[in-house]
Design a protein around this ligand. Structure first.
Ligand code: M6R
Length: 616
């Protein structure tokens, strides 16, 4: 988490501070509790930072009016130390000549800090980051140049970092380094070099990009880059590539319509993104499916919403005749699996492709046990795509709202495509049957389009529970994914306490909380779980629960026993029912959006969250 944006240029008319501030604003989804900028100006460091959001901090052009030749900024998601001025980045050394921003966590910072303090260094923050400028100061004091001082400093640090450093006495370059935290470089050859936590941050300025790999350090000069290996200090040859996506997705406009929030706009993009996903390249699908089929053991891992998509994928692959898959949250992966069996495959699911927990899980599986990694990931060129043996790229495109929704919908669609391909390769489904399922997936996009037209109905149901403090989401089988996703969405953007449970499990404890009017939301598609779910609805209803059910448009029996229903327009066919998880979940994502909006909350930037969680 945290966003970093920096630039160094020889173009006289490029407003350095303003361009950095604008770059940081494009990265605010990574954290937004404080922000700061450091510039090198006439042999000294000009530094401004404050708690709060950039738009508020920059009122009256506080950032934009900074003077300097080059520099960088940071938008923070607090890990070590409260979101206050002292802990905001950039941080400086004792001389005030070295400034630095950091994304990641330094695990041994307490020891380093004690040692540095004993040697006389003064710390002004509670952050782990602040050890960096002081370590660099020491190495520069020993006569090392800035690059070699950075290399020596990072070698002393355990943990993850993407850092950018400048020194007031070095007027023509800055240094970046990375390990397990993203950092990319953009370049206008001969003129300007940018560094940022992700590519879209510099996309309005250049399409030429360079990816810095783990354990690498780079010297950035105007329009010129040198990369070195941290371990050996050897220079590295690298590729510059052209980014081929556009920034249209970064506008709150879709089909000529202006939106108040990215989340709303991105929900409306879901149908077209699903259709794109059904068109996943056959070659990618084949090698992904075959790698899974050739494995003796298959695991699936992810975090948050991506984990719920992974759970749906696990169900789909197994239900369509593929192997049994063990799902493990990526943050639990290492502890849950002290040993992994030979010939294992790990399927990793991620929007950003940078989630630290996900990366830790797959590195562990691959490096320690030789597991193959198959990933379903949205961001092209992310760490996960580069580390995987097989990749399916989801077609969600740039997702700006912190609460992920179009990524979830495309991840499930992608995994369902894999499930169908495995079924076909194993002879469980004929080519014609698979074609019918593909059509059903395309129809699910139509179903969502219909719900969008009538989204006012979903909002109306949302208003019934807007004042609730606690809500249960119950479902069985595959639909648990939708229940968990609905519960998480409402929790993270509308700040309502929710819990998702397997409906059958609810009588083993959660039912104790049910009293008159306690809202219980059931995800009730007409699949093989339907009859048993009705039993669970009755258990809640007879204790006074307010029953809200998400049902198929042709539903009768659950409708009869529910107080309110959200109706999902799907066909009454096996194919439509077995591929209806995305429209069912979409209904709940939409309801969460309307509740948050109605409460006057910002669904795009919920408190305490960041879109890309690059700390463990
Ligand atoms: O980038 P990833 O898909 O790996 O991110 C995983 C989770 O951090 C993410 O889904 C998170 O749960 C979102 N806030 C969900 O809306």
């Amino acid at each position: 988490m945290c966003g970093i944006f920096g630039l160094i240029t020889n173009e006289q008319n490029l407003p350095v501070a303003q361009t950095i501030r604008e770059g940081l604003e494009r990265l605010e989804y990574r954290g937004y509790d404080s922000a700061g900028i450091a510039l090198v100006h006439n042999g000294s460091i000009e530094l401004r930072k404050k708690a709060g959001r950039i738009i508020d901090i920059n009122k009256d052009g506080w950032f934009d009016s900074m003077q300097g030749e080059f520099g960088f900024g940071h938008t923070r998601w607090a890990t070590h130390g409260k979101p206050v001025y002292n802990n905001a980045h950039p941080h400086v050394d004792c001389t005030g000549k070295i400034a630095l921003v950091h994304n990641g966590i330094i695990e041994n910072y307490q020891d380093l800090r004690k040692e540095l303090s004993l040697r006389g260094h003064k710390f002004s923050s509670d952050t782990d980051t602040e050890v960096f400028p002081h370590l660099i100061e020491e190495f520069m004091g020993k006569g090392f140049d800035l690059k070699d001082s950075v290399i020596s400093a990072v070698k002393m640090c355990k943990g993850a970092y993407g850092i950018v450093v400048c020194h007031a006495d070095n007027p023509d370059y800055m240094v970046v380094a990375r390990k397990e935290s993203p950092l990319v470089i953009g370049i206008i050859p001969g003129k300007t070099t940018f560094c940022a936590s992700d590519i879209p941050a510099f996309l309005p300025l250049t399409r030429e990009a360079i990816v810095l790999d783990d354990n690498e350090v780079a010297i950035l000069r105007p329009g010129k880059v040198e990369i070195y290996k941290i371990d050996s200090g050897e220079p590295k040859t690298f590729n510059q590539f052209q980014v081929n996506y556009t920034m249209d997705a970064a506008q709150k406009v879709l089909d000529g319509k202006n939106y108040k929030w990215f989340m709303h706009k991105e929900l409306h993009e879901v149908p077209r993104k699903i259709r794109d996903q059904v068109g996943v390249p056959q070659a990618d699908l084949d090698s992904f499916a075959k790698t899974i089929m050739d494995a003796d053991h298959v695991f699936i891992t992810a975090a948050g919403t991506a984990y719920y998509a992974a759970l749906a994928g696990k169900y789909q692959i197994t239900q369509f005749g593929g192997p049994y898959i063990q799902a493990i949250l990526c943050s639990e992966f290492v502890d849950a699996l002290p040993e992994m069996p030979p010939n294992s495959v790990v399927i990793a699911v991620s929007q950003s492709g940078e989630t630290a927990d996900t990366m830790e899980a797959i590195r562990y599986a691959k490096e320690k046990f030789g597991a193959k990694i198959c990933s379903v990931v949205n961001v092209v060129g992310s760490s996960l795509t580069r580390y995987s043996d097989e990749v399916i790229i989801t077609t969600a495109g740039l997702e700006i709202a912190v609460a992920s929704q179009k990524a979830y919908c495309t991840q499930i669609t992608a995994l369902t495509m894999v499930a169908l391909r495995i079924a076909e390769l194993r002879g469980r489904l004929t080519e014609n049957q698979v074609a019918n399922y593909h059509q059903a997936l395309l129809d699910s996009a139509d179903s969502i389009e219909q719900m969008i037209i009538e989204e006012g109905k979903i909002k109306e149901i949302g208003l019934k529970i807007i004042q609730s403090e606690n809500i249960y989401f119950l479902a069985r089988g595959l639909s648990q994914s939708a229940a968990m996703e609905g519960a998480l969405k409402l929790k993270e953007i509308a700040y309502i306490h929710t819990e998702a449970y397997a409906a059958g499990e609810s009588k083993h404890g959660p039912i104790a909380l049910i009293e008159d009017g306690f809202p219980v939301i059931f995800v009730a598609p007409p699949d093989q779980t339907y009859d048993r779910l009705i039993g669970n609805i009755m258990e809640m209803k007879s204790r006074g629960g307010l029953i809200i059910s998400v049902v198929a448009s042709f539903d009768e029996r659950v409708t009869e026993i529910s107080d309110y229903t959200i109706r999902v327009p799907i066909a009454n066919t096996i194919e439509a029912i077995e591929t209806s998880i995305v429209p069912f979940a979409f209904a709940l994502q939409t309801m969460a959006y309307f509740i948050a909006n109605e409460k006057g909350l910002d669904p795009d930037k919920p408190r305490n969250l960041a879109k890309s969680v690059t700390v463990k």
